[in-house]
Design a protein around this ligand. Structure first.
Ligand code: M7G
Length: 306
C-alpha cells in the first residue's frame, strides 16, 4: 500500500475497533491487508452537511429508501438513504502504524478521583514537581519571544495583569469556534488550587477585560462568552480558557471545567475554598498520576465499593 496513492481498500480486514465517537460520527479502526503484516489505522468520519442550500435541496429531493419508523400526532420518525452528493466520508490513514499509534487512538479508560487537600499535597503536588512539565511556551508568550504578533490584549500589571491570545486549538479566524487563553503574568499560581482572596482582583480583571475586548474585537456580547479553568490542567501556570458560548470545545465537561464566576463567588463566600476543599478530577489509566493514586491507596480507586 502506498499512502500517497490509495484508490482501493480491497483485502482490508479489521483487527480491532480502537475507538468510536458517535457524537462526532467517527470510528477509529486498526486493520491489516491480506498477505501483509503491517498495521493500518483508519479513521472514518461522516462529513457534515454542506451549507450550500442548492446542494442540500438537490440532495434531499433525491433521498431514497424512505422508511417510516414511527408516527405520533404531528411527529414522524423516518430513516432514509442519502444520495452520493451528501454521503461523503473523511478518511485518515496512518500506515504503517506502530503500537504507539494504536495506543494513541485507542479509547482511554478514565477515572474520577476526589482530590482532598491531603491527597493534593501527598500525591498530586509531588507528581507535578517530579514530572517537570515544561511551561516554557507560557514564558515565551509572557516575554514576547513567541506568538507576540498574535496577542489580542495585554495588561502588564505583575499582580493583576494577563495576556489574551488565540489558543493553539483555534484557527484564529472562525468566530463561531472562538477559543482564546488568558495567561496570568503572576508566577507561582499553579492552578485554581493556588487561589485565595488576594487573587480576586486578578480574576475580576480577567473576566471584565476579556469580555470588553471580545465585544470590541469580535462583536461578541458578554453574555455569550464563557471563561473557565481546567482542573487538572495540562500546564501548571494559571490560565483561563475563553470560548464562545455557542461552541462546545473539548474539555468543557463538568468534571474538568470551573467557571470563573463560580470560582470568584466561592472565594468570596469561603476564602480558603480552593486550598481546603475537595476537588474532583479525571485521569486516564495510561497517565502516571493514575498509577500514583492507585499506589497511594486512594479510596476512589479501591476495588471495594462501600
Ligand atoms: P490546559 O487546561 O492546561 O490543558 O490548557 P488542556 O486543555 O490541553 O487539557 C492549556 C491550553 O493551552 C490548551 O487549550 C492548549 O490548546 C493551549 N496551548 C498549548 N500550547 C503548548 C500552546 C501554545 O504553544 N500556544 C498557544 N497559544 N496555546 C497553547
Amino acid at each position: 500500500m502506498n499512502i500517497d496513492n490509495i484508490s482501493s481498500l480491497k483485502g482490508f480486514t479489521i483487527v480491532e475497533v480502537l475507538n468510536e465517537q458517535p457524537e462526532n460520527k467517527t470510528i477509529f479502526l486498526h486493520g491489516k491487508f491480506d498477505n501483509n503484516d503491517e498495521s493500518l489505522v483508519l479513521i472514518i468520519e461522516r462529513l457534515h452537511f454542506p451549507n450550500d442550500v442548492k446542494c442540500l435541496e438537490d440532495g434531499i429531493r433525491r433521498l431514497t429508501s424512505i422508511v417510516k419508523k414511527e408516527a405520533n400526532d404531528i411527529y414522524g420518525f423516518y430513516e432514509a438513504t442519502l444520495p452520493e452528493s451528501l454521503n461523503g466520508l473523511k478518511a485518515t490513514f496512518v500506515y504503517p502504524a506502530t503500537e504507539k499509534h494504536l495506543q494513541k487512538y485507542r479509547k482511554k479508560k478514565y477515572h474520577l478521583i476526589l482530590e482532598s487537600p491531603e491527597y493534593y499535597h501527598k500525591v498530586t503536588l509531588p507528581h507535578i514537581e517530579e514530572s517537570k512539565f515544561s511551561i516554557q511556551w507560557v514564558y515565551n508568550i509572557l516575554n514576547h519571544t513567541k506568538e507576540a504578533d498574535r496577542i489580542i490584549f495585554e495588561d502588564p500589571n505583575p499582580d493583576t495583569g494577563f495576556v489574551l491570545l488565540p489558543d493553539a486549538k483555534w484557527d484564529g479566524k472562525t468566530v463561531s469556534s472562538l477559543y482564546l487563553i488568558a495567561i496570568v503574568h503572576k508566577k507561582g499560581l499553579k492552578s485554581i488550587r493556588s487561589l485565595n482572596p488576594d487573587h480576586l482582583p486578578l480574576l475580576e480583571n480577567i473576566r471584565g477585560k476579556s469580555k470588553e475586548i471580545l465585544k470590541k474585537k469580535f462583536n461578541i456580547t458578554p453574555s455569550q462568552i464563557r471563561i473557565y479553568f481546567h482542573y487538572q490542567p495540562s500546564y501548571y501556570h494559571l490560565h483561563a480558557h475563553v470560548t464562545f458560548l455557542q461552541y462546545s470545545p473539548p474539555g468543557i465537561n463538568t468534571e474538568k471545567s470551573h467557571m470563573i464566576d463560580t470560582v470568584i463567588n466561592n472565594i468570596k463566600l469561603i476564602p480558603d475554598y480552593y486550598s481546603k476543599g475537595t476537588l474532583p478530577f479525571v485521569v486516564a489509566e495510561e497517565d502516571q498520576l493514575f498509577q500514583k493514586y492507585k499506589d497511594s491507596g486512594h479510596p476512589d480507586l479501591s476495588e471495594n465499593v462501600n
